[in-house]
Design a protein around this ligand. Structure first.
Ligand code: HEM
Length: 219
């Protein structure tokens, strides 16, 4: 399979920072449009929804890194942490917009809204689960936690599923956009189930060729 041209090693770090910078563009641009009266309809709702959808996009992108490497040989592992953290920052901004701009920190109104729209609780649960992942996304935590880190970060699957479900439940009728995120999430989680047997088979299929080559290449 033709491989994508790989980035020179010296650009690895700058490309990650470029991703962070690019990742904040949708939020910054929507904020600018909102504060200059250029967002249509209810600008707070528009802003809140934009942050929610980008949070979900970053969650899906984070989970797509592994299958991209397994199936297409594209190794973007170096961007996974940035994508996960961008998802966290967007969920946090989405949450703060809801609490401060939408509900004006009115506890009675928030409780009434949560009772009326149960999907908000699912979103909150996802945010709570994202916090330990964001806090342990550094190299020090990976070293300290070892295998426990891998187990903890499997929460990313639950969070993405919760995010997609929260989106689907936020509308009266599930449309193509919600269905797409549900399907993408199902595919990405499904990949984790079949991944191990797939990789084992791939390795086994590659082995005889490798040994033949070793023999024929021998001087
Ligand atoms: C992983 C976490 C979350 C994700 C991925 C997420 C994503 C989304 C998405 C995609 C939408 C619909 C946007 C649209 O209609 O275009 C939405 C709506 C909404 N979310 Fe979240 N959300 C999350 C967490 C939260 C949290 C923590 C809260 C607040 C407590 C929250 C409150 C809401 C509300 C109130 C709406 C409906 C806004 C409206 O009235 O239109 N979400 N969310």
């Amino acid at each position: 399979m033709a491989r994508l041209p790989s980035l020179p090693r010296r650009l690895y770090g700058p490309s990650v920072w470029a991703l962070y910078a690019l990742g904040f563009v949708p939020a910054a641009y929507a904020f600018y449009l909102g504060t200059t009266g250029q967002l249509p309809g209810n600008p707070v709702k528009e802003f809140e929804q934009l942050l929610g959808i980008w949070a979900l996009r970053f969650l899906v992108a984070t989970l797509a890194i592994t299958p991209l490497r397994d199936l297409l040989g594209v190794n973007w592992l170096r961007y996974r942490r940035a994508l996960g953290l961008l998802a966290f920052y967007y969920v946090l901004m989405h949450f703060l917009t809801y609490m401060v701009l939408d509900q004006a920190l009115n506890v009675t109104a928030i409780v009434a809204d949560i009772i009326k729209r149960p999907f908000i609780t699912i979103g909150m649960a996802a945010l709570v689960m994202l916090v330990p992942l964001a806090l342990t996304s550094n190299a020090w935590s990976i070293r300290r936690l070892g295998q426990r880190w891998t187990k903890l970060h499997r929460l990313a699957y639950v969070i993405t599923a919760a995010g997609a479900l929260h989106f689907a439940m936020s509308v009266k009728v599930v449309g193509p956009e919600q269905a797409t995120y549900l399907a993408l999430t199902a595919l990405l989680l499904g990949w984790r189930v079949v991944r191990k047997p797939y990789l084992r088979r791939k390795r086994q299929a590659a082995q005889p060729t490798a040994s033949v080559r070793t023999v024929s290449d021998a001087p």
